[in-house]
Design a protein around this ligand. Sequence first.
Ligand SMILES: [Zn+2]
Length: 287
Amino acid sequence: MRAPSIALGSLELVPLSDGFLALDGGAMFGVVPKPLWERVAPADARNRIRMGMRPLLVRGERTVLIDAGCGDKMDAKSAEIYAFDRSRHLDHALADAGLTATDIDVVLASHLHFDHAGGFTARGQDGVARPRFPRAQYIARTGEWEDAVHPHERNRASYFAENYVPLREAGVLTLVDGDGEVAPGIRVRRTGGHTMHHQIVFIESAGKSAVFAADLIPTAAHLDDPWIMAYDLYPMDTLAFKRTFVREAIAGEYLIFFEHDPAIAAGIIRERPDGRRFVDPVAPRER
Ligand SMILES: [Zn+2]
């Protein structure tokens, strides 16, 4: 079986999955009252909503993986809190795409929180975490790395050294400052907000643009400017970036990848005449 993919010029985009988790619905929607968000994201008995973990594979001159889900190192306590459902995880998704971990050339991090970077490493038989993609060069933003290795009380629950310190120790981590191209057709842009150095990824080919929006627009329910996660460290920075970016995305008909949406991997954001926004889902096709 070949994994469904989306063509973007000369590049092939393959939405992957590392399974699902459940996070507090109130935390996912910040100041938005529950009567509004529960219509679009129903909560369980513990007020949690179901979310996907959707890394993106970009196949072109190089095979690039953007984020890698939470991976398999989470302990029983976290599994209980976050209700991980990884009955189908990233290895399955890569296999469906005809790939294994050794085929990945570059792994790019939007940021280093566990639900994005947990899959960067895996434990060996000896219990030691090592890079999971043996041939890959990993790329993260310098400021994000600095924050991740110096966590504080407000972000400590999201940063686990075993997800990224082994990359540095193995000599496979490249830290990049500033915005710009990190691989052919792939460039990063800092959003701030969620973390000070959180970044989104632009994928461009033949005049077409796709954007991996990471935690700037985690799900298709987060299109409106003030629908911002309470997890964000700098919500006013999220607002400032999002206000400009979503308008740009609508005007440019960007193909947006929603990393945490439980159902919609990708789509185009559109606006009705009354200003209401919605997502036109784009389904990947069998090759
Ligand atoms: Zn996240």
